[in-house]
Design a protein around this ligand. Sequence first.
Ligand SMILES: NC(=O)c1ccc[n+]([C@@H]2O[C@H](COP(=O)([O-])OP(=O)(O)OC[C@H]3O[C@@H](n4cnc5c(N)ncnc54)[C@H](OP(=O)(O)O)[C@@H]3O)[C@@H](O)[C@H]2O)c1
Length: 317
Amino acid sequence: MGLLSLVTGKAGSSGFGSASTAEEVAQGINASNLTAIVTGGASGIGAETVRVLALRGAHVIIGVRNVDAGKAVKDDILRQTKGARVDVLPLDLSSMESVKKFANDFHALNLPLNILINNAGVMFCPFKLSEDGLEMHFATNHVGHFLLTNLLLDNMKKTAKETGVEGRVVNLSSVAHFLTYDEGIQFNRINDESGYSDKKAYGQSKLANILHAKELSRRLKEEGANVTANSVHPGFIMTSLMRHSMNLMRFLNFFSRFLWKSVPQGAATTCYVALHPDLKGVGGKYFDDCNEVNPSLFAQDKDLAMKLWDFSMRLIK
Ligand SMILES: NC(=O)c1ccc[n+]([C@@H]2O[C@H](COP(=O)([O-])OP(=O)(O)OC[C@H]3O[C@@H](n4cnc5c(N)ncnc54)[C@H](OP(=O)(O)O)[C@@H]3O)[C@@H](O)[C@H]2O)c1
């Protein structure tokens, strides 16, 4: 999908394009047999993803650090969709302790798990270390989701085996993964403040999201598990993600309005990859505007993906 398709909204080979909305890509899909977790589902793309999954009948658990905001999204959805099943659990992805608690809280509900949408994210933050001593973009966007996925994966594999329904992990990445540090992932300087760039730190974490899905997919295929893992770029959407760069984003939005999407359009690629039957068995791929596209060379590097996996395993242990 090129710039022209983005601007015109012309559909690609999937039948969908940049103008497609989450409701449109999920049209006619019955998700009433599915349970999904959406992280960061209290705002922006995540909230729309939760709404559309629930509209299609899925039971959705929202992982949020602001529980009141999560409950407001839930109430809104229940008002709009009679019988919708939405629950809210506290989750702070920048804290491994909180991620473990979320996974325990979820397991205590005794629910199956078909879909995990690793959506939450922070962008362009000033340098800060998480409570686990990790740079904040890397901690929140990658390590928190890496740990969460690991803790939920057995449930997903078991659910897929028992029901015969394919499980799906979807990582929210970004085209910003093209802008990262020179070595892709700065394994030796992940928490180094001296060379810190808020743009590259965000890009590095979004590169990690793609490499995570890629290596996870390889491992799942090797074991023969009926679970896929993919990553997506949702497009450019004005959301609270821009809180650390509001002026810059308003400026860019003013001059490039035709490149930006609405929130319903921004949630389309996630919902397409999470639900659409055409993607059965497809794993390790990267999607933009509801179509598979090539990510950066770093993101296609199998060795880098394996190295990041081992590095992340050491961090969560
Ligand atoms: N918008 C875009 O143009 C764009 C482009 C490319 C990729 N993306 C990706 O799309 C995803 C969703 O972003 P969005 O645009 O919908 O932004 P958003 O409205 O700010 O949503 C991000 C969500 O993540 C949550 N979050 C942040 N830190 C968290 C933490 N430590 N623990 C748990 N939740 C946390 C936020 O919760 P709080 O409200 O509590 O902060 C918020 O609900 C992100 O991964 C982003 O990188 C967005």
